[in-house]
Design a protein. Structure first.
Length: 242
């Protein structure tokens, strides 16, 4: 394969991976607390070409990364909707251990436990589920303290991590800690807003603009592949004439 076609093909592959990330962002543009996937580009040089052709580099997505910037907070009027203003995550008890999320769209289970939309119990400070009386109004303070009828029910476990790179997406807007060396800590300066939700930090307009840009790049790379093939064909024809 000639260098032009090889480099263009590598670019096409990188653009396809970008399309996958963008498609996921578009699908979650309306998901509360969703964090957008982004890409980090690098240039690849094959080991065998490093000495002979150091300029023969190919674009690749070295690694995708998650944009943890905060989304817009908007009022819902539902007292069980909670938003984090600042860093951190709500902790919940997943099927296989603790999970972390920015989506505070909680509800009450039949037994009075505060749960996520998927039914995962929301963790209190000691990791135990929080149970409230469904017949009484619920007040949630900025520090996560839950009170009913003047009595303290518990306090939400809100945690942060030194590096968000230690978190891996688990689907349904949850993260799992993948590095045991990282231990959750209490975030500084974070407050909880009751009756509000954090929106996705990827807007449909932004995703649409990026999608158009990627498609244009994809078309240019396709033309480059066609040009490389045409040049190779002409070269073969000229050699055949000789």
């Amino acid at each position: 394969m000639d260098p032009i076609t090889a480099i263009a093909a590598s670019g096409l592959r990188a653009r396809m991976e970008s399309l996958d990330l963008l498609a996921n962002n578009v699908a979650n543009a309306g998901t509360g607390g969703y964090k957008a996937d982004r890409e980090f580009y690098s240039l690849y040089v094959a080991p065998e070409a490093a000495d002979t052709e150091p300029s023969a580099t190919m674009p690749v997505i070295e690694r995708p990364w998650v944009d943890h910037s905060q989304g817009t907070i908007h009022a819902t009027g539902n007292p069980l909707d909670l938003a984090l203003s600042g860093r951190g995550f709500f902790a919940v008890n997943g099927p296989n251990g603790p999970l972390y999320t920015r989506n505070g769209n909680f509800r009450l289970a039949a037994d009075g436990r505060l749960v996520t939309g998927e039914g995962y119990p929301v963790r209190g400070e000691q990791g135990s589920p929080l149970t409230v009386a469904g017949t009484l109004p619920v007040q949630v303070g900025a520090d996560g303290t839950i009170t009913q009828d003047g009595n303290v029910i518990g306090r939400l476990e809100v945690v942060d991590f030194t590096s968000t790179g230690a978190l891996s997406k688990q689907g349904s807007n949850y993260f799992r800690l993948t590095d045991s060396a990282q231990q959750p800590t209490a975030p500084a300066g974070t407050s909880i807003e009751q009756g509000q939700l954090e929106a996705s930090n990827t807007g449909s307009a932004e995703a649409a603009v990026r999608l158009v840009s990627v498609m244009r790049q994809f078309e240019m790379l396709q033309r480059a592949v066609s040009l490389g093939s045409e040049m190779s064909r002409h070269a073969i024809e000229e050699v055949a004439k000789v």
